[in-house]
Write a protein that binds this ligand. Structure first.
Ligand code: GLC
Ligand code: GLC
Length: 660
């Protein structure tokens, strides 16, 4: 070691003693150069992983034992890491911005709904390549409990694939096929809870002390009642409350913490053994060839009395520790936070101030998603411009996942303060959005449905596919060509913005073909009460066949998307590392966003109105785009101005760039 890295002397002495203890085991199992690499990385990430571990578990009675065991696990996982993945580790450490390149585009699907099985997905890789996909998120693939499983988010075995989809060898084969095709693989890691059928939960049910400590269980209602004072409910309709009573546990029965459904038991991360178990699972999945772990419901993994038990400081420490450990063993693998929380809590999942570079590389930009729908309904960009102004302008070492919708509902996360800042009433605005997307507001084009409606607060979330929410379903039903045209334009407008904003844009399976809400879930008793299934339609391969025919609706959407993707692919201004700057225009219907980095500048203009709109050409000067401004979405044609203004067709978006 060359002591390149500054560390406190206390950390350094722990590090040095540790490396001496690990050296024989490493040398016995790894080639000398691999031992060197391990030690170099361990030094680099030592404080990142060690300091949070001490804060989390340093007081535990068996801390020294836990600490040793953890490093033994690391050596095991490192020694077992397959050769091609070690090479990938090196490649990605040399290209740490690999996930922030302009060509990154994600696709999200359920393997069974897309292609039957994992092998089926492999056979469809060429479809993904045609779209230019470089990132594939397969919805839960690990072995879930039989019957209702919250769409696979109740895992009973993290080391096995859902048998209906195939087995672990199929997952490995798929991962390596994807790698050959330049696609990285993201899967869900359900980190907050296990299925009650998981062997740990079964141990708890049998009354084993060790496994009772893996979960939060209570003999009576005293503590659950105290926690409930400040706990919200995620699924008040079909899973009210946060605790479930199990008469069979430990003979006398117990209340178990179940934030989501009764069959999803929250894990107890105050127990360092639980931390190590989950770490082992991460290592295992990394070694199968998974590139991105989506940390499901991660805000919930630490509980504190008197709070809503989300986004507690320890959550961020846990991620830091997991990440530091992964960086040593499998640095090719990155984390994605599924944290659907306000910006104040969300940003720390990407790292802020002294945690920059120590948290997740990716996080869903829920705010942008909600604002897109809000703006589509109001046709006014003021709220979106205001809120996005307050989001950080540059992120270092981490970036957004941008999306229009996913497999979950849309919750109207717009604060009263933000609404007030643009002269709206937060409550009334959220009510408007609920009515608009539920099609009860007069003139609404959207066909969505209420999810978890609360008659007391009148709060509700919304389910529906992109096409149905954007008006295509209603327009097709009316056979109204004008409305159809507008709906297609809306779908493309939303995609245009997520592709420019910064980060990895995700296309949700079927949105590229404009698939509508699917009501078949109603006849399946396991899913009937959960209308999120209406926006998880099976892939329509018959429709997909007509995707190259741009005289039909499917073809128009598909071609429009390909146009966006082609323009994005080599555009240096869209590298993640650059400014994301919303700009005020002189027209409330037109959103403007400048992307800027040393290699390029790009100005997005997006008309959220169904009539033609214009903005002042002064924007070009402020953006300093350079001469000969071209619209990359119109085959690079030169921008023409009329009366000193830039004119946009209904729902048109432009990507403007000048000569460099
Ligand atoms: C995540 C998933 C959601 C699931 C929940 C519980 O938020 O996206 O579908 O219900 O976690 O696992
Ligand atoms: C909310 C929660 C998320 C949950 C989802 C389920 O978005 O924040 O964790 O999974 O609802 O629909």
């Amino acid at each position: 070691m060359h002591n390149l890295l500054q560390m406190s002397s206390a950390s350094r002495s722990v590090f040095e003693a540790l490396t001496q203890r690990l050296a024989p085991a490493l040398a016995a199992r790894c080639a000398p150069r691999d031992v060197d690499l391990f030690l170099i990385r361990l030094e680099r990430y030592f404080e990142d992983l060690y300091l949070p571990l001490v804060q989390l578990y340093g007081e535990a009675a068996d801390w020294h034992h836990q600490f040793e065991a953890l490093f033994a696990q690391m050596v095991d996982a490192y020694a077992a890491r397959p050769e091609p993945l070690r090479l990938l580790d090196l490649e990605r450490q040399c290209t740490p911005d690999w996930f922030g390149q302009p060509n990154m585009v994600g696709y999200v699907c359920y393997s069974d709904l897309f292609a039957g099985t994992l092998t089926g997905v492999r056979e469809r890789v060429s479809y993904l390549q045609e779209l230019g996909v470089t990132y594939l998120h397969l919805m839960p693939v690990l072995k879930a409990r039989p019957g209702a499983s919250d769409g696979g988010y109740a895992v009973m075995d993290y080391r096995a694939v859902n048998p209906a989809l195939g087995n672990m060898a199929d997952l490995q084969a798929l991962a390596s096929e994807l790698h050959k095709s330049g696609i990285s693989l993201c899967i869900d890691l359900v980190i907050n809870h296990t299925a009650k059928e998981h062997e740990w939960a079964q141990g708890a049910i049998a009354g084993e002390e060790k496994y009772l400590n893996y979960y939060y269980t209570f003999p009576d209602r005293t503590l659950p009642d105290a926690y409930e004072h400040t706990l919200p409910e995620v699924f008040p309709d079909f899973a009210p409350g946060n605790f479930s009573w199990y008469p069979a546990i430990a003979e006398s029965g117990r209340w178990v913490w179940t934030t989501f459904n009764e069959f999803q038991w929250d894990l107890n991360y105050t127990n360092p053994t639980v931390f190590r178990e989950m770490l082992d699972i991460m290592f295992f999945l990394a070694n199968q060839g998974v590139d991105i772990l989506r940390l499901d419901a991660v805000p919930f993994i630490w509980k504190r009395m008197g709070t809503n038990c989300q986004n507690e400081p320890e959550v961020y420490l846990l991620i830091q520790a997991f990440r530091g450990l992964m960086r040593v063993v499998a640095p090719a693998v990155i984390f994605k936070a599924e944290a659907i929380t306000p910006p104040k809590y969300l940003l720390p999942y990407l790292g802020v101030k002294n945690t920059v570079g120590k948290e997740c590389e990716l996080a869903y930009n829920n705010q942008l998603m909600v604002l897109l729908w809000s703006t589509l309904a109001t046709r006014k960009v003021t709220l979106m411009t205001h809120v996005l102004h307050d989001m950080p302008r540059v992120l270092l070492g981490s970036t957004w996942i941008t999306y229009i919708r996913n497999h979950d509902d849309i919750g109207w996360a717009i604060t009263d303060e933000d609404a007030a800042a643009v002269g709206e009433n937060g409550f009334l605005h959220r009510q408007f959005l609920i009515d608009f997307y539920n099609n009860t507001f007069p003139g609404s084009f959207a066909k969505g449905a209420l999810f978890q409606y609360n008659p007391v607060t009148r709060d509700a979330r919304i389910s529906g596919t992109t096409a149905s929410l954007a008006g295509l379903e209603a327009a097709v039903a009316k056979q109204d060509d004008y409305e159809i045209d507008l709906a297609v334009r809306r779908i493309l407008l939303l995609h245009s913005i997520i592709m420019v904003y910064g980060g990895i844009p995700l296309i949700y399976m079927g949105d590229e073909l404009g698939l509508f809400n699917d009501r078949s879930y109603l006849s399946d008793s396991t899913n009937a009460e959960d209308n999120r299934w209406m926006h998880r339609p099976p892939m329509d391969w018959t429709k997909a066949k007509s995707r190259h025919d741009s005289t039909n609706i499917v073809g128009r959407i598909y071609k429009g998307l390909l146009n966006l993707l082609a323009a994005r692919k080599y555009e240096p201004a869209l590298h993640y590392l650059g400014l994301i700057q919303p700009m005020w225009t002189d027209n409330d219907h037109v959103f403007a966003l400048l992307r800027r980095n040393p290699k390029g500048r790009l100005l997005l203009l997006a008309n959220f109105h169904e009539s033609e709109q214009s903005v002042t050409a002064d924007l070009l000067q402020y953006s300093d785009l350079g001469g000969n401004v071209r619209n990359l979405l119109a085959e690079g044609s030169l921008l023409t101005l009329a009366d000193g203004r830039i004119h946009l067709a209904p729902y048109e978006s432009m990507w403007l760039a000048g000569d460099k």
